[in-house]
Design a protein around this ligand. Sequence first.
Ligand code: UDP
Length: 228
Amino acid sequence: MAEVLGTRVDIMTRREVEQKISAYLKVKSEKSCFIVTANAEICYRAAKDPELRAVLNSADLCLPDSVGARWALRRQGIAAELYPGVELAEWILRQGFSVYVLGAKPEVLARLRFPNIVGKHHGFFDADAEKSILAEIQRLQPQVILAALGAGKQELWLSRHKNSLKSLLIGVGGAIDVISGCKRRAPKIFRKAGLEWFYRLLREPQRLFRQLNLLRFCLAVLREKQGD
Ligand code: UDP
């Protein structure tokens, strides 16, 4: 079993992930299937937060989703193929599965057009709105719920409701902003160099505080190895 700072991660190829999802969605299930896409930042936060760590470790599948996570695994001699959440979300949308999108800003959702999106709600809701969101999801019975509420928050939300939902549940972070065309993903040259995080920092300097967690993540991984 592979772990990144105490978070269990499943080492699978993209093809295996797609096969597993297709197999789950082929038959109507009475149980949800909870998938986490784990980047370095959320692994670092989980290392500090036992509740979040328990939630991530309770997922049916936890896929490494950043060069940081891949680097941490490589240090353990594990070569992991990444399936970034944005690409996984796009693949799901293009397969034609019925999808409910929960999260992102209203203006972002307005630009997100796929015929198989059966329902959507922005991610800035109160307790009353949450009740009607859950009722709407129960009525629509989507095959997939893409939760884009931000890393951590979306996993806690999905975990809290997973027993009453019968869908494939995936936290996809900022993927909806990109797929809708509202935000640009880093150009290939940045992605290939493992510098997608740097591109995001250039575009959104207000992320600096959060990006410091990447540095803390690297230090924690290096320290973990020394502690062995
Ligand atoms: N978001 C949301 N509700 C919130 C906080 C964030 O719907 O309370 C959305 C936000 O609009 C964006 C997405 O969550 O579409 C991901 O946010 P972030 O940029 O923090 O991405 P991450 O680093 O978690 O992938």
